[in-house]
Design a protein around this ligand. Structure first.
Ligand code: IMP
Ligand code: MG
Length: 177
């Protein structure tokens, strides 16, 4: 019998994003600088920024993305941040940590720009997939090894608009992933 597909309803995501925002607010900085990883983290960052009471500034960085369900080679930087990080309380905002390669790269890349502090928040984490040692400071949901879509996450650029998160296999059962 097939297992029940992983499903995070819009209300479940909303509640968790508000809890993460409260955790960040407790950090106590006067302002924080959110750096979102395009394109997957765009919905998460938009909701997180509005749920926080700490004033924030926002920037984005673009990394090479998955082709289908497989990562095509090592992570590559496609577009860097615009605002200098020097002296800022930086929060790296990720959609999902899988092998950890992208997170490791970004933590080193941003950490080298002398931020006052650098923390990472990720909406999703797949700890069983880790290849390199990399950890987020704040995690929305820890999930099993399934390819998920929705709320910013895509498969071949589709499904980002879904207000919920589900398995690709639930939307495209013929793919059997
Ligand atoms: P990593 O470098 O292997 O940790 O991959 C991280 C990136 O791969 C994420 O920021 C996503 O863009 C993408 N990714 C990993 N797993 C999934 C998934 O289940 N659905 C959609 N994108 C994913
Ligand atoms: Mg991503």
């Amino acid at each position: 019998m097939p297992e029940t597909p992983l499903f995070l309803a819009a209300e479940t995501i909303h509640a968790r994003v508000h809890a993460l925002a409260a955790d960040l607010d407790r950090g106590g900085s006067e302002s924080m600088h959110l750096v979102g990883v395009l394109k997957g983290a765009v919905m998460f960052l938009a909701d997180l920024a509005r749920a926080m009471t700490t004033p924030v500034t926002i920037d984005f960085i673009t990394m090479s993305t998955y082709e289908g369900v497989q990562q095509a080679g090592p992570p590559r930087l496609l577009h860097d941040v615009r605002i200098p990080l020097h002296g800022r309380d930086v929060i790296l905002v990720e959609d999902i940590v899988d092998s950890g390669r992208t997170l490791r790269f970004l933590q080193e890349h941003l950490g080298a720009r002398s931020p006052q502090r650098l923390r990472t928040v990720t909406l999703l984490d797949k700890p069983s997939r880790r290849v390199v040692d990399a950890a987020a400071d704040y995690i929305g949901f820890s999930i099993p090894d399934r390819f998920v879509i929705g709320y910013g996450l895509d498969f071949e650029e589709r499904y980002r608009h879904l207000p919920y998160i589900t398995e690709l296999a639930a939307e495209e059962p013929q793919r059997g992933v």
